[in-house]
Design a protein around this ligand. Structure first.
Ligand SMILES: Cc1cc2nc3c(=O)[nH]c(=O)nc-3n(C[C@H](O)[C@H](O)[C@H](O)COP(=O)(O)O)c2cc1C
Length: 326
């Protein structure tokens, strides 16, 4: 691997390793990087798309946006100001984003704190402690989304929560009856997967009394009487526009929200079904007033520790240098 921005090849590998710790649908890690003498390009990895669960590649771009946020942080923490162009077009054909050198700036406190949270952040599908999330923490998450040109809606109203719960349950049922969606989940989970969601990260097996329909990742059997928290904070992350640009912004916002939560001692897991099933997503968007575009539903609370999930080796993430551009 080449150096770039004055970093050695080892330092570049470290930066990309940080980027790759981002969350991704079923831990597909659908990103690749091209390192050139003056830039790092972020590309989607089409071999890791999930055409049944995510037919438009929306969650693939959210995941890549989350990796881009980590990449920005890792550079900032090394004193490099990243200049990011989303969807650069002919400047970097096929790339979702290009990061260039924007000058030197000493690592700020925020970058240091957030980059420190990157390896600690994990999707936590286990029941959380029955402790409410303080309002100040909630505001910090809302602010984190705003900083990335996105919107975080906290579902605190009782009736609205009940409506969202019904939407998640409805979408979960629709997906459970779709053999293609089930096959994708099966191929990225269970003891045989090398880089999907291993059973140890799967939380606990769903049970009929669960209020929120979480995906079944073939986790260990559930300890008797182990129920979910009664009052999780549920939030909907939204973009202000449809399409790839809004999705890349929302992906960066997603990661800023999750890392901010990590620094506050919060855990989170996703409930994406209601956004993946088009007719349910339409109803969810309408219930949010129709202006913003829902991109992710998260359950947030205080959890107990969970193990990290695996990641691909950085060398598997590198794209060959592009042919010289004139
Ligand atoms: C766009 C997106 C959608 C996701 N949807 C779900 C989901 O519906 N249920 C779930 O349990 N995890 C979901 N996840 C979490 C991933 O499975 C998780 O990020 C991945 O397994 C890597 O694990 P980690 O987050 O602990 O690093 C989603 C992640 C992303 C980025």
């Amino acid at each position: 691997m080449d150096g770039v921005f004055g970093l050695t090849p080892d330092e570049v590998a470290g930066v990309l390793r940080t980027a790759a710790l981002a969350p991704s649908l079923h831990n597909t890690q659908p990103w690749r990087f091209r390192v050139a003498h003056d830039r790092i390009e972020l590309h989607a990895d089409p071999d890791r798309a999930l055409p049944a669960t995510d037919p438009e590649g929306r969650e693939l771009r959210l995941s890549c946006g989350a990796a881009l946020f980590n990449l920005r942080l890792a550079l900032r923490a090394r004193g490099i100001r990243p200049l990011v162009t989303l969807l650069p077009g002919t400047d970097a054909p096929g790339a979702l984003a290009v990061v260039r050198w924007g000058g030197h700036r000493d690592a700020d406190e925020e970058a240091r704190v957030l980059v420190g949270a990157v390896p600690k952040r994990r999707s936590n599908r286990k029941p959380f402690h029955d402790v409410p999330v303080p309002a100040a923490h909630r505001y910090a998450l809302v602010r984190a989304a705003q900083l990335e040109r996105s919107w975080l809606h906290a579902v605190v109203d009782r009736d609205e929560r009940a409506r969202l719960r019904n939407l998640v349950t409805r979408a979960h049922r629709i997906q459970s009856q779709d053999p293609r969606v089930r096959a994708e989940l099966a191929s990225w989970t269970g003891p045989r997967t090398t880089d999907g969601v291993p059973p140890a990260s799967g939380g606990v097996r769903p049970a009929p009394q669960d209020e929120w329909a979480l995906r079944d990742f073939h986790a260990a059997e559930r300890p008797p009487g182990k129920d979910y928290e009664s009052d999780p904070l549920v939030v909907v992350l939204c973009s202000f526009q449809e399409g790839p640009l809004g999705e890349l912004q929302a992906g960066q916002a997603l990661q800023r929200v999750l890392l901010t939560g990590t620094t506050l001692g919060l855990s989170a897991s996703f409930m994406s079904q209601a956004i993946e099933v088009p007719q349910v997503r339409h109803d969810l968007r309408r219930s949010l007033g129709g202006m913003v575009v829902p991109q992710a539903v998260l359950r947030v609370g205080f959890g107990s520790p969970v193990p990290p999930s695996p990641r691909r080796d950085v060398t598997d993430l590198l794209l060959a240098p592009a042919a010289t551009r004139s």
